[in-house]
Write a new protein. Sequence first.
Length: 188
Amino acid sequence: MKHELVKEILYTKEQIDVRTKELAEEISKFYETQEVKDNTVILIGLLKGCVPFMANFLNNFTYECQTEYMVVSSYLGGTKTSGEPKINLDLNLSIKDKTILIVEDIVDSGLTLDYVKKYLYFKGARDVKILTMLDKPEGRKVEMNVEWSGFTIQNQFVIGYGLDYEERLRNLPYVAICDTDKLKDWKW
């Protein structure tokens, strides 16, 4: 059943599953052709939004990996970014000379990922690439290269499958356009 804040479902769980499996196969094959220290890629999920997509990706990724997580915030609870990323939870392992794949739910302004990517290189990462479920190029505020994306979307506010509005709606089993007109008088 569709949530009242859903204007339109963009991608169903089935569509996301199929695309995620394709990405996992493509990325696994890519790393088989690369020089990777200890033959292990460090997957870094940016919490909280990455959780459903990263779990789905991990179930299909066949290359040796370790998982780590960071909490980096740039949203202040609304629909727009504050533009000032802040690390709230850092890594618990050394990434010196490691191959990193950042796993993200959405790339919008690019400010957070640009900040994280520079930070990971500063910490000694050998290579940092980005995988995102959704890419929103119209929202970019910085030049950002996304190596792999599941779907490209227009500049709309989306919810579900890890994407939230005020920390809610992450558990919707699909990605949907939020009916932002309803948000001004919305009561939980």
